[in-house]
Design a protein around this ligand. Structure first.
Ligand code: SAH
Length: 349
């Protein structure tokens, strides 16, 4: 009963200590106990958002990147990566297609690509804003100055995704080259919040050198930052990176962490990510059943999806993409949820 009591306790206090985290992540926990954890997380999500799942159209508009993160397939040192960038008209055409399919949030994600100057980013954002006043615009283009973030915000962006990757500085240094720091990453997140963005932090589950201790720091950071969104998914090795032969994160641990995040930060918008859909065919449904309430199908043009390979075997066709919208709606219905056409904004506590 210790496991279920711990679940109840963290739900009540909306917080977790290190020992409780260790208990909840225990690999020897019974199936029944873990199902209890998921059920509690679902209840909390249901209390805030009902049985609704929000969809975001993901547009991966450039895979050029000036950074060299050891885990990422589009790192600058990867000479095998076939680079591409989408022009404004192509990006707008993606939005058009998404809008028709009921998408009311567009997520523009990319590497840190110098071609996309603030001026170019703002031009794209303002045009989307003009064409789709009823939609949310989310950016996920890495670390910028506060002035740049402010410009994008003024041009019409409302949300920003910037995973903190790990809240432990030594761990951060094992995943990134010296020119990148946790300090700056965190500063960016605080700047974004300060400007008024809905922000998302997050991390990869099972990233090399991750421990229960570093995960505990991740959860504490979430409590401290109070982001509106948290993106977590399993780490998946990419064969052209320094972490090619590292082990992938597991489905089980990702699901438990999704549930824990829901319990300690009840109103969070929590995606069942593409990476989760990649390691298991029902990954997204299982994520929703563990407390997630967002999915982010791929809205990029078909010919570039394969090229945005952060990790190997990325699920980006069929039901993982917007073409699978009807099917995805059906699959989500099957587990008792509604995939809705809605901006899906954060509900303030
Ligand atoms: N340049 C942007 C977008 C990064 S890609 C930024 O800096 O925020 C989005 C996320 O993909 C990253 O934050 C990282 O957590 C995740 N990612 C990168 N490589 C991965 C891998 N090999 N396995 C799983 N997720 C990965």
């Amino acid at each position: 009963m210790r496991y279920q009591d711990t679940v109840k306790k963290i739900r009540e206090k909306q917080n977790i200590d290190f020992k409780e985290l260790r208990t909840l992540l225990d690999e020897k926990a019974s199936k029944e106990d873990v199902q209890y954890l998921y059920a509690q997380a679902r209840e909390v999500a249901d209390e805030v958002y009902g049985k609704r799942v929000f969809k975001r159209g993901l547009i991966e508009f450039t895979n050029y990147c000036k950074n060299d993160c050891y885990y990422c397939g589009i790192r600058r040192s990867n000479a095998c990566a076939e680079r591409y960038r989408l022009d404004k008209d192509t990006i707008l055409a993606c939005c058009e297609k998404g809008y028709t399919l009921g998408y009311r949030t567009f997520v523009l994600q990319g590497g840190e690509d110098g071609y996309f100057t603030d001026e170019r980013v703002c031009e794209i954002v303002s045009e989307i804003r003009q064409n789709y006043p009823d939609c949310a615009i989310t950016l996920s283009i890495g670390e910028k100055s506060k002035e740049s973030y402010q410009k994008y915000f003024d041009a019409g962006a409302d949300r920003y995704l910037l995973r903190h990757e790990t809240a432990n500085a030594e761990h951060y240094a094992k995943l990134h080259p010296a020119e990148l720091s946790l300090r700056n990453r965190k500063q960016c997140l605080y700047d974004l919040k300060d400007i008024g963005y809905q922000v998302g932090c997050g991390f990869m589950v099972g990233a090399p050198y991750q421990t229960i201790e570093t995960l505990y720091e991740d959860l504490q950071f979430i409590k401290e930052l109070e982001p509106q969104m948290v993106g977590i998914g399993p780490f998946i090795p990419q064969k052209e990176t320094p972490f090619a032969s590292e082990k992938a994160g597991t489905l089980e641990r990702t699901l438990r962490l999704l549930a824990i995040i829901r319990l300690i930060h009840s109103n969070v918008l929590l995606p069942a990510t593409t990476a989760l859909g990649t390691i298991h065919e029902n990954g997204r449904e299982l994520g929703i059943l563990a407390g997630a309430n967002v999915v982010m199908p791929n809205l990029s043009p078909k010919d570039v999806r394969e090229k945005y390979k952060l990790y190997d075997n990325k699920a980006c066709v069929g039901d993982e993409a917007v073409e699978g919208d009807a099917n995805l709606t059906f699959r989500i219905k099957q587990i008792g949820y509604d995939l809705v056409c809605d901006r899906g904004d954060f509900v303030v506590k």
